[in-house]
Design a protein around this ligand. Structure first.
Ligand SMILES: [Zn+2]
Length: 372
């Protein structure tokens, strides 16, 4: 029965792929969080010392690991592996006295998959808001003892989407938290929360990630170094943004930006310079994505100009966002050192601003190449 054998083969392939996929999935404990070493150290020591506050606010830009850190807290509080071994496993941390989850036991895995009954995840619904009914529901559930874990953890993602009545409904619980529950509010816009809510939640500020951290995380996920560096350089400190970006396109953007800078450096005749604007517009198809595509080229250009300034001023070369193209950057230092570099950077910045304000893509590209 050849058909059956075919199906079997497909199922086997699917199974092995699935196993490989799950095997490579991040398991979420503290040690898997990229960057934020001091915050992670603080949290892991709070877990070890049973001094984790009953309510916390994780604030910081999108895509830097706030949600993953909240899951790691939930795992560290509930992991069922021997805690002595776990503390040893965390020896890499600065103080060495913290506690981390194993990441592999049944509890850790269920928390990572979002299906543990004592780890409640709340997020905005289709309306974009977190409604008062959602808050009432978790407040009710948090009042009981955990079903099976040691601590119940309520993670409210995009907490800025809590409507004011919903925030007020949460307030009383934050004031008098149930003894075995921990509330973690996650937001990139803490200013949208009521002062009364903010004052009840100690705030941990997550900063943008360094380009090095992002590149290392991408390489750990299988990107080659060139791709990883190019993506990291334009990811604005957000691993989330870097993971969404198409590496191939970003490498291409950086190549284009590099060629346009080199062309402008070699060509003083304005009529010929305009030619290089065509590079920036090469794949423009006449849609809304054109603006985003040109913006991507320009962001890559801004980072290249910044790197050229690092080389020209003999600043610490370890701060280069694009160290893999250093020889090409060196060739640009003659043209773009000092005032011209500053002017070029400001022009790219203005061009990006103009794109945001709906200026035409061709107009912006033509204007920019004359300013470089
Ligand atoms: Zn575990």
């Amino acid at each position: 029965m050849p058909l059956l054998r075919g199906e079997e083969a497909i199922i086997c392939e699917w199974l092995s792929w699935t196993l490989k996929f799950w095997g490579s999935m991040p398991t979420m404990p503290f040690r898997d969080v990229v960057g934020h070493v001091r915050l992670i150290d603080l949290l892991s020591r709070s877990v070890a010392g049973s001094s984790i506050p009953p309510s916390l606010l994780f604030a910081g830009p999108a895509g830097v690991g706030k949600h993953l850190t909240a899951l790691a807290v939930a795992q560290a509080l509930n992991c069922i592996q021997d805690s002595g071994l776990r503390a040893e496993g965390l020896g890499l941390r600065a103080q060495g006295s913290g506690l981390d989850a194993c990441g592999t036991c049944a509890v850790c895995r269920r928390i990572a998959r979002g299906v543990h009954p004592d780890v409640l995840l709340v997020a905005p619904g289709d309306s974009g808001a977190i409604k008062i009914d959602q808050v009432r529901d978790i407040v009710d559930r948090a009042a009981y003892r955990p079903f099976e874990g040691r601590r119940r953890v309520v993670i409210i993602d995009e907490a800025d989407a809590l409507a004011y009545p919903a925030q007020n409904a949460l307030l009383k619980t934050l004031e008098e938290p149930p003894s075995l529950s921990v509330f973690i509010l996650v937001t990139s816009r803490p200013d949208m929360l009521l002062p009364t809510v903010l004052s009840r939640c100690p705030q941990l500020r997550f900063r943008p990630l360094s380009a090095d951290d992002i590149a290392a995380a991408l390489m750990a996920r299988g990107h080659n170094e060139t791709e990883a560096r190019a993506v990291a350089a334009t990811a604005d400190g957000s691993l989330g943004q870097a993971l969404q970006a198409s590496a191939g396109e970003l490498v291409e953007s950086r190549d284009i930006a590099q060629r346009v800078l080199a062309h402008a450096a070699a060509q003083s005749d304005p009529a010929r310079r305009i030619d290089s604007a065509k590079e920036l517009l090469a794949k423009i198809a006449g849609g809304a994505s054109d603006r985003e595509q040109l913006a991507t080229h320009l962001r890559a250009m801004a980072v290249l100009i910044r790197d050229v300034a690092v080389l020209a001023t003999r600043a610490d070369a370890r701060t280069l966002a694009n160290p893999d193209v250093r020889p090409a950057l060196e060739r640009l230092t003659d043209a773009y050192h000092g005032e011209r570099g500053t002017r070029a950077f400001a022009a790219v910045d203005r061009a990006l601003f103009a794109l945001q304000r709906n200026a035409g893509v061709k107009l912006v590209a033509d204007w920019l190449v004359l300013q470089l």
